[in-house]
Design a protein around this ligand. Structure first.
Ligand code: ATP
Ligand code: MG
Length: 411
């Protein structure tokens, strides 16, 4: 993509009312646009990041054997009355149409997926079954001050699994944990699997927490990695020695990027989602549910991966792998590099703008592509390009013909 054709421009400063680092950097870099508190639009570069995260999540969900759907956002009030959450869910958006009929705007989808599956599940032969979607959720959040971390409209992957018995559900729950580990690893985050309460749903749940000062949650964890719990839940104390000898338990602020719940029969009971076993005996379906906030994930990546100059995108989620910068005297070679790297299958953002070298280099750091490839008079005279990794201080001169293989080498 040619940067000269990109309508989103970088800004020197972020809106004064944005206090979170993720929103400040993403707005300044032109990745997102704030519509109002907790509501953001994604601009071309931001959308590319979101799509990359979405692709990773989708691949891991499909590998888990889940089937994708796209459920409605407007929900009949009756479904929410059936579970009682029309009254009890504080952050539910309730709407009225012109005929005074009431609806819920989807904040989660148990109220729709469970009655939907009632139409298709009746026998043990229909189970197990896992269904997911990647779709916007709406919640009347009070504290929408953390940029993409807490939206009032936000993209979520929600997976629901349906089983004939608890053992099968818990086995799937373990496999879902593995998929979650893969997802967080691939997007470049170290997520700590954390024990948490099951809330009103179940005895326990697990959260995936990324330790950072920007987090709203607090966790206590073992530095050796064998235990972590949300402090809301457990009375574990910071400083207590880990049972396995890894030293004292530590406390950290953290962002919950995902969570998983063994729902058991909470919702199948409400909607009477049952199946008949081999002997024709009727049972309630056992369920699990598994969420990941994609926008929150993107915000978390920025909170964790940035420096004073801007964002540092992990490779798999970066909008482009390389940022080719054309400086005076290197214009022709830069054009060639843009074409040739793309021919080699590399995604390139090409800074072909009429801007000063200082502006271009500062913008490259702000935008945060993993590699910067500079073409200048000096590099052209030496038949080279200057290549720099965003997270490394030093640039190196590479022969033009070596650049593509250098960028695609996984280091
Ligand atoms: P929180 O405790 O942070 O409010 P939650 O327990 O309400 O989260 P769930 O309803 O289980 O979260 O949603 C699943 C995932 O969706 C969360 O783990 C998080 O990644 C994401 N998520 C939840 N609320 C928001 C929000 N307001 N904005 C962005 N992402 C969110
Ligand atoms: Mg919440």
């Amino acid at each position: 993509m040619r940067q000269s054709e990109l309508f989103s421009k970088t800004q020197k400063s972020a809106p004064k009312d944005e206090t979170s680092m993720n929103a400040q950097l993403l707005i300044r870099a032109g990745f997102i646009h704030k519509e109002m508190a907790g509501v953001y639009s994604y601009l071309p570069l931001g959308l590319r990041v979101l799509r990359n995260i979405e692709r990773i999540v989708r691949e891991e969900m499909n590998a888990l054997g889940a089937i994708e759907v796209f459920l409605s956002s407007l929900h009949p009030k009756e479904n929410w009355q059936t579970t009682g959450r029309w009254k009890t869910m504080d952050d539910l958006y309730r709407l009225k149409d012109r005929g005074d009929r009431e609806f819920a705007l989807a904040g989660t989808h148990e109220e729709v997926i469970v009655p939907l599956l009632k139409k298709f599940v009746s026998s043990y032969k229909d189970l197990p079954l896992a269904v997911y979607q990647i779709q916007n959720k709406f919640r009347d959040e009070l504290r929408a001050k953390s940029g993409l971390l807490r939206g009032r409209e936000f993209l979520m992957k929600d997976l629901y699994s349906f089983h004939a018995n608890k053992e099968d559900m818990l086995q799937y729950y373990e496999r879902a944990k593995e998929a979650y580990r893969n997802i967080f690893f691939r997007v470049g985050l170290k997520a700590i699997e954390t024990e948490a309460s099951g809330g009103t749903f179940c005895d326990f749940s697990h959260e995936y927490q990324v330790a950072t000062e920007a987090g709203e949650d607090e966790i206590i964890y073992c530095p050796g990695g064998d235990f972590a719990a949300n402090v809301e839940v457990r009375k574990v104390k910071e400083g207590k020695q880990c049972d396995l000898g890894h030293g004292p338990l530590q406390k950290a602020k953290a962002i919950e990027v995902g969570n998983i719940f063994p729902l058991k029969d909470k919702f199948s009971k409400a909607f009477k989602l049952t199946f008949k076993d081999e002997k024709g005996k009727e049972h309630l379906v056992q369920m699990g549910c598994y969420g990941i906030g994609l926008g929150r994930l993107m915000g978390t990546i920025v909170e964790v991966h940035h420096d004073e100059r801007g964002i540092i995108w992990p490779r798999e989620v970066a909008p482009f792998l390389a940022h080719v910068i054309s400086l005076p005297g290197g214009e022709k070679a830069a054009e060639n590099a843009y074409e040739e790297l793309q021919d080699a299958g590399i995604e390139v953002l090409f800074d072909d703008r009429q801007e000063s070298p200082g502006v271009k280099l500062a913008d490259a750091d702000l935008l945060g592509m993993p590699f910067r490839v500079v073409s200048s008079e000096k590099t052209t005279s030496e038949d080279c390009f200057e290549v720099k990794k965003r997270d490394k201080g030093k640039a190196e001169l590479l022969r033009k013909t070596d650049v593509a293989s250098f960028l695609t080498k996984r280091t």
